[in-house]
Design a protein around this ligand. Sequence first.
Ligand code: F6P
Length: 545
Amino acid sequence: MVAPTNLSAWQALGAHQAELSQQHMRALFQQDPQRSTRFSVDAAGLHLDYSRNRLTDTTLQLLTQLAEQAELQPAINAMFDGAIINQTEQRAVLHTALRNRSSRAVTVDGADVMPMIRDTLQKMRDFVAAVDSGRFAGYTGKPLRTIVNIGIGGSFLGPKVVSDALKPYWKTGFDLRYVANVDGTDVTEACKGLDPETTLFVVCSKTFSTLETLKNAQAARDWFLSSGATQADVKHHFVAVSTNTKAATEFGISADNMFDMWDWVGGRYSLWSAIGLPQALVFGMDTFEQLLAGAHTMDEHFRTAPLAENMPVILGLLGIWYQNFWGAESQAVLVYDEYLKDFPAHLQQMDMESNGKRVTRDGETVSWQTGAVVWGGTGTNGQHAYHQLIHQGTRLIPADFIMPLRSHNPVADHHAWLFANFLGQQQALLEGKTEQEVLAELTAKGMSADTAAALAPHKVIPGNQPHNAITFNLGTPEVIGALIALYEQKVFVQGHIWGINSFDQWGVELGKVLGNAVYEALQSGDTTGYDSSSADLIQRFRAAQ
Ligand code: F6P
């Protein structure tokens, strides 16, 4: 693998950055009234306006050249074709097959995986219908109407975004709760007020070995049994989605109530699989399949659009532009949609677990920055919290603003005010306020020249802060599918160009192993071999019990 830093486009981008650093985006807009038309792209119901970036035609050309020189298109094809691109785990990466709505075969080891994907979708559809009709009911014959999703990481964050975003599509009478954290508070609060006779727990775990999920599933089963139900009743209230049928059976889940997933689907990319069953139970299979269809439309755009007009490619390249050439360290995701409030949390896992890597696919230590710190929240709440740092702090923080143009909940003129804030913030980030403007404003208010001069530096806002605007008409299932897929493919683009494997996560393993050992020490009190700080904390915990 050629290091990206050795590619001629990378070097040219370095020189180009030095030139562009002298320019303010205000000037770029003044020079080109067509800028927003030229630097925007539409795909799968999403509109990306990336004109408010430190970017010219030359930048776009060089970034596209970087993608070409890094052989991005063959890499995209290899992923869609089921090549073993996760080489440390010897796996294909095929979440795209889960949402493949075309007749294109997708093969792994020579076998077409589409028939088993379709079979699982049909099994989900049948199960959703059986729960709806009461054919699959609780042990006392009552219909199951509260679904509890037990799972963590990719078996929680992405699914939660989907169910929140598609709340307007929920069937009447259904409720959905989540239990993820091993903190007993999570399962306690989730079960509070529930009727065991009408509650269905869906244990979502690709491996069925994740500590948090197993402990929570056991706690939920204990809660269920404590209501007077018997072990034989468990099968009416617990179903599983997993690759590990043996462990799920041992837990007491009947083979009929297990839903397959496959090792070529990474946890953080699994919301498109049967991991989506809890969500499908509350909003129906048609909505779930519309979600898949939207993601598929984005995939087709990603697979076939020229690199310079390809939304995930552009988003990925812009991220590289700021992280690697302008010294940015984080990426803000600012969602002006309450239904998407947990989207930044999902992106944290999807992006940071994927691209938080420090060696190349060949095992060489990288000498360039890789995955950014992803963070964010909802507008306008963020405007009263961290936006100040983006406007006037010392760090460069590229931001993605995301907003539906129409609301599922039109309340008076709220949506127009939301949009006014969405755009007002972006204008402030773009234009800022110069010292001259501040002084003129203060003196016009009658302030003395001396007082105005003293106050002015505090009121100057540099602007020139790069950001994207992603808008869509309404948060429909198709659009939400496309939005999530957009970011998945963006992460792919970046991981490929950085030369890393975006699909393993060895870093999280060490903490799990050490956590197990600490648990033993908490039981025995034997802290031999622990550093003094760890030993002290262990003894403090024991003393408090
Ligand atoms: O956090 C590590 C991780 O392996 C994630 O990649 C995954 O989504 C999560 O744990 C849950 O894993 P599982 O679905 O196997 O319980």
